[in-house]
Design a protein around this ligand. Sequence first.
Ligand code: NAP
Length: 287
Amino acid sequence: MEINSKTRLCCLIGHPVKHSISPNIHNTLFQKLNLNYVYLAFDIDPKDLRSTVRGFRAMNVLGFNVTIPHKINVIKYLDKIDSSAKESGSVNTVVNRGGELVGYNTDIDGIINSLKDVEYDNCGRALVIGAGGVARAAIVALRNLGLEDIIVCNRRLWRAAALVRKFRNDHLKMKAISISEASRYSRNASIIINATPIGMWPNVDETPLNSHEISRNAVVLDLVYNPLKTKLIIEAEKAGAKTITGLKPLIEQAAKAFMLWTSIDPPRELMWSVAEKTLKEIFRNEG
Ligand code: NAP
């Protein structure tokens, strides 16, 4: 696709953004689907967030993705947020609807669509490891899938306790524990989601749980996607559990964002091949 005066811009803002694979995924889709759009990543200092969003509005961008550390703070500069963003309190995708900037959280769709393909006991208990941005999305996703018992564990216990206060209600039983207690609850969990960077490159030998702490009836979803196969996924396989690597939710959240911008359901196979190729290149370059 030739870039010309009609090309519309789509962006990612974060701090940092240099390891993001979103530009590779979305630009490949735009080209293959013959769409006159281009996707660029911008490293935006938190002090420049407001002026950046004002600039995007003036430039009539098609939309943008938002990543760490702007997912919560961006909300105050938008015109509207949908229910997914309201529930999770964070936005990772913004759509320009005729000049109105509308925020969504497609991480929730990413997690739901990743779990939809596997069988699990939804009367069972879920364990969410982490209490940051994507842990909130995980809790909303689990609740929307019908889970009624969720344990949140975190290094800083008060953050897990804050999430429990936010989400607990008559239909959802929740408990906050410290990450050091995770193994006491993990053996009985039917779904385990790692929403921390534990095991992420270069700390590839780290895992929040070992095989003897995971039930063979569990489904283990690791949101870390570099490396593609984390130590947690290897331990879960050893335990005989079903596993989902972080690339699946990453691709599903990108697919939902793409749909919001273009109204086209993008080809997942192409997205997988671009994502895997790009991640392998990043690893090769970083040793
Ligand atoms: P975040 O808001 O910064 O939260 C990080 C969480 O990890 C916090 O709960 C933090 O605990 C915990 N943590 C950080 N370092 C830790 C360590 N060394 N030991 C134990 N706990 C630690 O980040 P986020 O946006 O939630 O992202 C978390 C991870 O998910 C990242 O690796 C990110 O790449 C990945 N992610 C994947 C997808 C996907 O689609 N696959 C989407 C979004 C994010 P404290 O509160 O105690 O600091």
